[in-house]
Write a protein that binds this ligand. Structure first.
Ligand code: NAP
Length: 278
């Protein structure tokens, strides 16, 4: 079975993704949607997830794949995702842990201890649980690859994003730990995006994109497709001798101080953003 979404051409030659089955969490918009789209274009069978059932249905239909709605923080949802993928496609070759939360937002000293675990349930525990399920159901015997979506920001601290950054740093560590534990059958890597034009980061890029772009060595903020290309490449056979790696896709964010003396505008935005009180 090959997805009807598959494009002919050479863009994915050597990727070996034709007929493989891939689960992408948080795939109804933004980076996850772009990843699922490129996987389908490379000939993979995709299972998309997100919380909104209508969005999941329409993404799955567009991609010629399947979808499961629910939160990755719910272990039963992850069980359903792996069971349905196996039932529909007979295999699970690729897992992309993309869904994430940036909550609780604000200084850690003001973080509600009851809200703090949410960051870890979504950003760290869920990727582990999903990989455990895929490993036991298929990958242990047949192999596969995992890509976790981290963040460029995990390597340093920033205003108001302590829970997000701490949990993403844990995801980075988890990636390396699993890469060692699951080798040689399964490769586990991560991609760390800089600022990308998505809903999650709208509050950062929308108020002054030009200024943000001017401070970046590559002159623009990222698009979901920029990150998706890296994720799909790492997930594919083209990266067959790579495991435990973190691929920065950040337009040069990390090397910006050698490019310009400007202040880091992203941190200004994070500092000045006051989220609506719930
Ligand atoms: N955008 C950036 O600048 C940036 C930078 C660095 C890293 N990242 C990382 O990139 C990844 C994708 O973010 P994005 O910017 O593409 O976000 P986005 O556009 O807001 O999309 C998030 C996707 O995840 C789903 N989702 C959110 N919470 C979920 C949950 N608990 N369970 C299942 N699905 C959930 C959303 O759908 P529902 O709301 O319907 O669930 C949606 O499909 C995240 O890991 C994020 O940390 C983004």
């Amino acid at each position: 079975m090959t997805s009807s979404y598959a494009l002919k051409g050479h863009a994915f030659e050597g990727y070996g993704l034709e007929g493989r089955a891939a689960v992408v969490t948080g795939a109804t918009r933004g980076i996850g949607r772009a990843v699922a789209g490129q996987l389908a274009a490379a000939g993979a069978l995709v299972c998309v997830t997100a919380r909104d059932p209508d969005e999941v249905r329409s993404a799955a239909d567009e991609l010629g794949g399947i979808g499961v709605s629910g939160s990755v923080a719910d272990p039963d949802h992850l069980r359903e995702v792996t069971e349905l993928t196996l039932r529909a496609f007979g295999r699970i070759d690729v897992v992309v842990n993309n869904a994430a939360t940036n909550q609780p937002y604000g200084p850690l000293m003001e973080a509600d201890p009851d809200a703090w675990p949410e960051a870890f349930a979504v950003n760290v525990e869920a990727p582990l649980r999903l990989v455990q399920r895929a490993w036991r159901a298929w990958m242990r015997e047949h192999g596969g690859s995992v890509v976790n979506v981290c963040t460029e920001g995990a390597a340093h601290v920033g205003p108001n994003v302590g829970a997000y950054g701490t949990s993403k740093a844990a995801l980075l560590h988890l990636t390396q730990q699993l890469a060692g534990e699951l080798a040689p059958k399964v490769r586990v890597n991560s991609v760390s995006p800089g600022l990308v034009r998505t809903e999650m980061a709208r509050f950062v890029w929308e108020p002054g994109e030009e200024e943000l772009a001017a401070g970046l060595p590559l002159g623009r903020i990222g698009e979901p497709e920029d990150v998706a290309r890296a994720v799909v490449w790492l997930a594919s056979d083209a990266a067959q001798w790579i495991t435990g790696a973190d691929l920065l896709v950040d337009g040069g964010t990390r090397v910006r101080t050698a490019y310009s003396a400007r202040e880091y505008a992203v941190h200004d935005r994070l500092r000045s953003y006051a989220p609506p009180r719930s």
